[in-house]
Structures are given as structure tokens and as C-alpha cells.
Design a protein around this ligand. Structure first.
Ligand code: HEC
Length: 193
């Protein structure tokens, strides 16, 4: 086999490998798709409140002045991304907590700030939605270390079934290097001839 053919093979195989890789990257993107915020809702008093109106109420009452969502916001109070889970996925319990707060610990009594019950349920719908976001497990049990306990989340471990990704990456890079070296050798031989 002459060098030109080897170069072609070395370039063609990675090029062909790119096709399944591209498809797989699309597939995993779609598999991680977050829920539709309009379809995430909670019921209160025979009405339905969705996460989009909840976000507006969340902004209106300036929860971000103290809290964070996926790490964005202020660092006075706990991250609320997964608080819906922490509170046992109980919509009423979360809404009631938001309304009454914990003034002794710095969480304002929202009823005193003019919050209506329906707004608390709207916000709960929003927090239900943030809890469904694909954050790769972050922040686990919570992100707050006020009690001195470190965050219990550990990084996602690489599964043995993912090893094919590493292997095909190695094959891919090696074939490319192989093709480049052959091209270089070819050029050198041409020069000498
Ligand atoms: C002035 C600052 C401040 C504002 C504004 C504020 N919070 Fe808080 N919030 C806190 C603090 C501090 C705590 C932690 C209380 C504790 O020690 O239990 C807290 C706790 C919470 C918790 C319980 C967290 C957990 O991990 O169990 C929820 C839920 C919550 N707040 C929701 C809200 C919502 C929703 C808003 C907006 C309507 C809001 N907070 C506005 C300070 C604030």
C-alpha cells in the first residue's frame, strides 16, 4: 500500500467517526433537556400556578437579594435550587414557609411584606421547576455550610461503560497523528526523489 492511500485512510476514519460522535452529542443534549417551565405547576385553592409566573413573583419579592439559584444571586441565605426536594416535595409546606419565614434566623416574614398566598404558591411552582433542572446532582443535600457541615455532594464518577468514549478518542487522535506523520514522510521522500 502506498503512503497516499494510508494518508487517505488515516484521514477518512476520523472523518467517518465524526458522524456517530456528532449524532451522540445531539442525543445526549436532548436527553438532558430541562422541563418546560410552563408545564411545571402547583395547585392551590383550585387554581393552577406555573413556574413562569413564579419566577416573576420570585423577582418581585427580591428573593435573590439573599438567596441563590444554581449558585447565582446573593450569598446571605441557602441556595434554593433544590429546596423543593429538601422540604419533601410538599408544595403547601414550602409555600407556608415562604409566607411565614424564619425571622429569628434572617428569613423575613413575607406576609408582613405584603405577600399574598397565591404568590407563595407561584414561587413554589418556580422552585419546583428549579429542582427539576439538570444540574448534574448539584448542590446535593444543600449548598449551605452555615452549620459547618461540608456539602455532601460528590462529583459524578466515570462509569466503566463510558470507557468506549476514551478508547475511541485515543484511536481518533492516533489516526490523525499517523496521517500527519505519513504526510510529512511522503513530502520528505518527494523532496529527495
Ligand atoms: C433578607 C434576606 C432574605 C430574603 C429577602 C429572603 N430570604 Fe429566604 N432565607 C433567608 C435566610 C437567612 C434563610 C435561612 C433561615 C434558616 O437559618 O433556617 C432563608 C431560608 C429560606 C428557605 C428555607 C431554605 C432551606 O434550605 O431550607 C426558603 C425556602 C426561602 N428562604 C425562600 C425564600 C423566598 C422564596 C424568598 C423570596 C420571596 C426569600 N426566601 C427571601 C433570608 C432571606
Amino acid at each position: 500500500m502506498n503512503n497516499n492511500r494510508l494518508i487517505l485512510i488515516g484521514l477518512l476514519i476520523p472523518a467517518i467517526l465524526m458522524i456517530p460522535f456528532s449524532i451522540i452529542s445531539f442525543y445526549t443534549d436532548f436527553a438532558n433537556r430541562n422541563p418546560d417551565s410552563l408545564s411545571v405547576s402547583v395547585n392551590f385553592d383550585q387554581k393552577e400556578y406555573n413556574a413562569v409566573e413564579g419566577k416573576k413573583a420570585f423577582e418581585q419579592y427580591q428573593c435573590m437579594g439573599c438567596h441563590t439559584i444554581v449558585g447565582n444571586g446573593a450569598y446571605f441565605a441557602p441556595d434554593l435550587t433544590t429546596v423543593h426536594k429538601r422540604i419533601g416535595e410538599n408544595d403547601a409546606a414550602l409555600s407556608n414557609f415562604i409566607l411565614s419565614g424564619a425571622p429569628a434566623k434572617g428569613m423575613p416574614h413575607m406576609l408582613d411584606r405584603g405577600m399574598k398566598e397565591d404568590d407563595a404558591y407561584r414561587i413554589t411552582a418556580f422552585l419546583k421547576y428549579t429542582n427539576m433542572l439538570d444540574t448534574n446532582g448539584w448542590p446535593g443535600a444543600g449548598s449551605w455550610e452555615r452549620d459547618g457541615n461540608p456539602d455532601s455532594t460528590s462529583a459524578k464518577k466515570l462509569a466503566i461503560s463510558d470507557i468506549w468514549q476514551a478508547l475511541s478518542g485515543i484511536v481518533f487522535i492516533n489516526l490523525l497523528i499517523f496521517a500527519i506523520i505519513l504526510a510529512y514522510e511522503n513530502k520528505k521522500n518527494d523532496g529527495e526523489a
